[in-house]
Ligand binder design. Structure first.
Ligand code: GTP
Length: 355
């Protein structure tokens, strides 16, 4: 089976991490996020993938070349971003399969443990134009929702509302009949979610929902990105691409974790990164050459390449850009983002609950 992987988005919600690296290439549990998707796609029977690139397009081929994880890789770039539907249509020129064959489409920022082979089976048995993976969430009011009828056929694609009719949401993995991709307008900006799916349903085409509520995470926000990396390290989602066994932490070759440091909760420690004695790092992502000094505490945070946390500093739910420096004694919390290269002098910021 062939697949198209959508990887052209700007990843604006993950800035500053995505200033230098597109979201799908961010190191996640020790390897590029996409490596986990490639390994899972291969396990589901995918042999050839067309990457639909746009933002920082050249970095994808440089990272993966023409083969990775047993899959042949082809790259198609958009001069201007064409949106999810336009990107699928544009990338389809590199597909080699026939008009009735199934093509798997994956968003490049989803971690999912669902059974792709079952999704393809539902698609083929129904003779569908498209079959969507639908997952279920506790609070569907934060998402658009996707109701299905008793036979599993999608009846509508509904925008976000405070009174959703179902807790089923679009999980960002589709099986398209190849000929259904050809119905998307060529060279135009098109959204599959807002245009293609609603118009296929309105025209009476068979659009199926494959409901499966296993592990699923959209890593598009900093909190979700950190959680995804930790879940992989902890083994909550199995990945053949993980460079080590699941456990409390993953320390890559060339990292230095002092025996006197506490590092756990699925923390990944990149090459050349250091955690000194007396430091505590919990549920975090330390990219290559990051540094956590003695007595510092880092929790639920990302330290980008070369970022440094000084002695005794506290970070909780914080993103440090490449080379950012937090001087000794600072206390940063609650979603704070420090841009690349910024240096906070000692005790410049202190979090306080006082008003
Ligand atoms: P935000 O800017 O933070 O919303 O992230 P994003 O740019 O990745 O957008 P979103 O999460 O909605 O995108 C879902 C998937 O589609 C991601 O894998 C994106 O890389 C991809 N994507 C979104 N827009 C485009 C596009 O115009 N072209 C291509 N090729 N892919 C896209």
């Amino acid at each position: 089976m062939e697949a198209i992987l959508l990887v052209g988005g700007q990843g604006s919600r993950l800035r500053p991490l995505t200033i230098s690296t597109p979201k799908p290439l961010l190191p996640t549990a020790g390897v590029a996020f996409l490596a986990h998707q490639l390994a899972r796609a291969r396990a589901a029977g995918v042999e050839r993938i067309v990457f639909a690139t746009s933002y920082r397009a050249e970095m994808f081929e440089a990272a993966f070349g023409s083969h990775a994880h047993g899959v042949e890789l082809v790259y198609v770039s958009e001069d201007e971003p064409l949106g999810t539907g336009g990107a699928i249509r544009n990338a389809s020129r590199e597909l080699t399969c026939g008009p009735d064959e199934p093509v798997l489409i994956l968003n490049g920022d989803i971690l999912s443990g669902h059974d792709v082979r079952s999704q393809v089976k539902v698609h083929e048995e129904a003779g569908a134009a498209v079959t969507l993976h639908l997952t279920t969430v506790d609070d569907p009011s934060r998402f658009g929702c996707v109701p299905t009828d008793g036979a599993g056929r999608v009846t509508a694609f509904l925008e976000k509302t405070s009174h959703p009719v179902t807790n089923q949401i679009n999980a960002g993995c589709y099986v398209f009949r190849r000929s259904a991709i050809d119905t998307i307008a060529e060279g135009e900006v098109v959204s599959v979610e807002r245009e293609t799916f609603p118009s296929l349903i309105a025209s009476g085409s068979v659009v199926m929902g494959h409901v499966e509520a296993g592990y699923w995470l959209d890593v598009g926000t900093p909190e979700a990105f950190v959680r995804g990396s930790c879940d992989l390290v902890l083994g909550r989602l199995e990945s053949a691409a993980m460079p080590g066994d699941p456990g409390e932490r993953l320390a890559l070759d060339g990292s230095r974790v002092s025996p006197g440091a506490v590092v756990r909760g699925g923390t990944a420690v990149g090459r050349g990164a250091t955690v000194e004695a007396g430091a505590t790092v919990i549920g975090s992502v330390l990219l290559d050459d990051a540094f956590v000094a003695e007595g510092a505490t880092v929790r639920d945070s990302v330290l980008s390449r070369g970022a440094r946390v000084g002695p005794g500093a506290v970070l909780d739910g914080v993103i440090l850009g490449d080379g950012a420096v937090v001087g000794p004694g600072n206390e940063l919390r609650g979603g704070l983002r420090v841009w690349p290269g910024i240096e906070l002098p000692p005790t410049a910021v202190r979090f306080s609950t006082d008003t």
